[in-house]
Design a protein around this ligand. Structure first.
Ligand SMILES: [Mg+2]
Length: 271
C-alpha cells in the first residue's frame, strides 16, 4: 500500500518503535547519497558529505554492514563518502565495490549502445537550453533542472526518440533527470535483495534499514516489503505529496543525519 509522504509517521517521533524492531536482530543499513546523505546542490559535482554524517557512518560501520546505493558511478560515490569498510553500490546497483575491493558489475555488454545513444542524444538536445548530458559508466543521464519549463516536453521527446532506436536500453528517471539504462531487470531493489543474500542477511533475524529520497529508492522500499521486514525511511525534501512505499519519513537531509546518529547510539551504546 502506498501513501503520500506527508501521511507517513515521522521516524524521529517514532524512534522507540524503530529501536524495538532493531532489538536483538541483525541490522543492515542502506543509504542513498544525493538528497539523503548529501544535500542536493545545483552542481552535482559539488555534493559533499557533512562531517556529522561521516562520523555517524564510521560508528555504524563497526556494528553492521553499511551500503551506500547511488545512481552515481561507484568510484564517484566511494570517493565522495571516503570511508573504508562500506559497500559502495553505484549505478543504481549495477556496479558494486565491496570493502575488500572485490567488484561485481552488471551490464558491461551494454557499453556500445550506451555510448552510441549518448552521441545521438547530444545531437538531439543541441537546441534545448539548460539540458545537460552526463555520461555514466552504466547509464546516460539527461538533467533538465535548468531547462525552461516549456522546453521540458521537448527534452523528454528527444530522449524518447533516442531510446526507441535501441532495443537493449530503457528510459527511466528521477528528480529532474531522465536516464537511459541497460534494459536489464536490475534496480536498487534487486540489488538490495542480492546484497542481503551476499551478506548472509536474508534470514528472519535481519532487519534492513533503507533511507532514500528519490523515485529510484522506491524499488528498494518495495524489496524491503517483499523481504517481509525492514525499515524504509523517506527523506522528504520539498515534494511531500508524492506517493511512496516508505514506512516513515524524515523532514530533510539534516534530520536524516540526526537519525543516523541515533541509530549509531542505539547500536553502539558504549561509545
Ligand atoms: Mg537521492
Amino acid at each position: 500500500m502506498s501513501r503520500s509522504i506527508r501521511d507517513l509517521p515521522d521516524a524521529t517521533e517514532r524512534w522507540s518503535e524503530i529501536s524495538e524492531q532493531l532489538a536483538g536482530r541483525r541490522p543492515a543499513i542502506f543509504l542513498d547519497f544525493d538528497g539523503t546523505l548529501a544535500p542536493i546542490v545545483e552542481d552535482p559535482d559539488a555534493a559533499t558529505l557533512p562531517d556529522l554524517t561521516r562520523a555517524a557512518l564510521q560508528r555504524l560501520r563497526d556494528h553492521c554492514p553499511v551500503t551506500v546505493m547511488s545512481g552515481r558511478d561507484a568510484e564517484d560515490v566511494r570517493d565522495r563518502v571516503g570511508i573504508d569498510g562500506l559497500v559502495y553500490a553505484g549505478s543504481h546497483g549495477f556496479d558494486v565495490i565491496w570493502p575488500d575491493g572485490r567488484r561485481r558489475q552488471r551490464g558491461v555488454e551494454f557499453q556500445d549502445s550506451l555510448r552510441a545513444a549518448e552521441v545521438q542524444l547530444h545531437q538531439e538536445i543541441a537546441d534545448i537550453p539548460g539540458a545537460a548530458l552526463e555520461p555514466k559508466r552504466f547509464a546516460v543521464a539527461l538533467h533538465y533542472r535548468r531547462v525552461p519549463g516549456h522546453r521540458v516536453p521537448d527534452t523528454e521527446a528527444a530522449i524518447t526518440r533516442v531510446v526507441e532506436r535501441f532495443d537493449d536500453l530503457r528510459l527511466t528517471g528521477g528528480k529532474q533527470v531522465f536516464e537511459l539504462r541497460p534494459d536489464l531487470d536490475w534496480d536498487k531493489g534487486r540489488a538490495l535483495a542480492w546484497l542481503l543474500a551476499e551478506l548472509g542477511l536474508d534470514g528472519g533475524d535481519a532487519v534492513p534499514v533503507y533511507l532514500g529520497d528519490d523515485l529510484t529508492d522506491e524499488d528498494a522500499f518495495a524489496a524491503l516489503r517483499a523481504h517481509g521486514a525492514g525499515i524504509a525511511v523517506v527523506v522528504q525534501g520539498e515534494d511531500d505529496a508524492r506517493t511512496t512505499l516508505g514506512g516513515y519519513r524524515v523532514r530533510d537531509v539534516p534530520a536524516a543525519a540526526r537519525l543516523l546518529v541515533r541509530l549509531a547510539e542505539t547500536l553502539d551504546p558504549d561509545a
